[in-house]
Design a protein around this ligand. Structure first.
Ligand code: GTP
Ligand code: MG
Length: 424
């Protein structure tokens, strides 16, 4: 199987130059913050930042993305720190990437390529591995041409150009074949997931969603006594895990932890992670988690809402949970944020504060879906009363000459069952 260009060989502390571009006249501090995040992504792959170059004015240069002056600036930083890797905080076209590599004489990776590489390193399960591999091949396909361009440039070699073109065609076909195979493998994974979900269809599903590294898995472990992998790195979790949060009224409340989001999440990844992200689409309640101690938490909230919208889950019932309050430096931040986002919950997933309240909120979210009904049951219909007790909550029950007068709360989706029982 053909592999996307891997930076495996660059393990260790390879030095990287970061490049940021202000496309919409963003202020400098905003670009610096974006580059801080890019630096965090680079660290995840064991690259260390050795310099930054920012283009804050001017238009995009179609051939190299950045202007000539900035290219020279990168060259001088490169010579100064002896780096042979340049990371762009933007997505580059395959041709721009090739031109940059040629001019700068080093490896150039764009934001999408970097995120794909992190996903590739962190993928553990069969599902995550298949999804990442598919996303990487889709990214690679339009970039194959550059691999053989050195043959085009060589003079004198009879038929080299043809050989290069032929090889390119073979490569493209191989990659397309692999994409096809992976897509059908993913289809069967999606089917498996759908079957698993069907078995849980009756149950209430809450999903933890949010930017990467906000503490979703830490909270999941605390609330469900699990032992999921937690680490202070971006994209520690790449698959979905579901656990029981609580047994209530004969039913279960399920909690799902899943892959985190990031600004400009590559489209090929979102498309390839459909099976995993379906867990978000199918949830009854979204717990949108935020790291309140992060200087950029508001931009992360906006990104989270954007990705949820793109997944078609923007109108699902939700509330915000602000985590890491133990490491928030300003005490007024919690108060101000609580005023600005009424109905949100403030917690520390590591020391546990606020976590019981949060659990209660999830249970309330479940109960909000219940409806109140009133019925008069014949004395022979006691079985029905048992069902209501099992799946809902009896509010009052009176024994009269007419029958049993009962008021109860029941999940909407169980009403059909009661009706059926009544009709039979
Ligand atoms: N100070 C503090 N750190 C926390 C808290 N919750 C989580 N963390 C830390 O934040 C880091 C990331 O935690 P995870 O639970 O892996 O975060 P995640 O949202 O699952 O991250 P991804 O899987 O990468 O999307 C870890 O180092 C945790 O120990 C908290 O309440 N307070
Ligand atoms: Mg996680």
């Amino acid at each position: 199987m053909i592999q996307a260009k891997s930076h495996e060989s660059s393990r260790g502390k390879q030095k990287a130059i970061l490049v940021g571009v202000s496309l919409k006249q963003k202020p400098l501090w905003e670009i610096e913050e974006l580059l801080d995040e890019l630096s965090g992504l680079a660290r995840t792959l064991d690259y260390s930042e050795c310099g930054r170059v920012i283009q804050s004015k001017g238009r995009i240069n179609p051939s190299h993305f950045i202007g000539k002056g900035k290219l020279e600036e990168i060259m001088s930083v490169k010579e100064e720190c002896g780096s042979d890797l340049v990371l762009f905080d933007e997505d580059l076209s395959p041709a721009q990437c090739r031109n940059l590599e040629k001019t700068l004489e080093c490896t150039v990776v764009d934001r999408c390529g970097l995120i794909l590489e992190i996903f590739n390193r962190h993928a553990r399960t069969r599902e995550a591995k298949t999804q990442v591999q598919l996303a990487r091949l889709k990214y690679l396909l339009p970039r194959l041409a550059g691999r053989w361009s050195h043959l085009h440039r060589q003079k004198g070699g009879i038929g080299l150009r043809e050989a290069g073109e032929k090889q390119l065609e073979i490569d493209r076909r191989l990659v397309r074949n692999d994409i096809y195979k992976l897509e059908s493998k993913l289809k069967s994974i999606e089917k498996e997931r759908a079957t698993q979900r069907k078995a849980r269809d009756e149950l209430f599903k809450a999903s933890l969603v949010g930017y990467t590294n906000v503490g979703k898995s830490t909270l999941m472990n605390r609330l469900t006594q699990s032992n999921l992998f937690v680490e202070d790195r971006l994209f520690a979790t790449l698959d979905a895990s579901t656990r029981t949060l609580k047994e209530v009224a004969g039913s279960k409340i399920l909690l799902t932890d899943t892959v985190g989001f990031i600004d400009k999440l590559p489209h090929s990844l979102v498309a390839s992670f459909k099976a995993t992200l379906d867990e978000v689409r199918m949830a009854d309640l979204l717990i949108r988690m935020v790291d309140l101690s992060h200087p950029n938490f508001e931009a992360q909230m906006a990104s989270t809402s954007r990705v949820i919208g793109e997944l078609g889950a923007g109108d699902k019932p939700h509330f915000w949970v602000f985590n890491k309050i133990d490491s928030v430096s300003s005490p007024s931040l919690v108060e101000n944020t609580a005023n600005r986002f009424p109905g949100s919950v403030f917690i520390s997933a590591t020391d546990g504060s606020g976590c019981e309240d949060l659990k209660q909120r999830i249970i309330e979210g479940y109960e909000e879906r219940m409806v109140e009904r009133e019925l008069v049951l014949g004395y022979k219909e006691r079985g029905l009363l048992r069902q209501i007790r099992l799946y809902g909550r009896i509010l009052s029950e009176k024994y009269t000459e007419e029958g049993i007068h009962v008021m109860f709360l029941l999940e909407k989706k169980r009403l059909g069952l009661i009706k059926k029982l009544q009709d039979s």
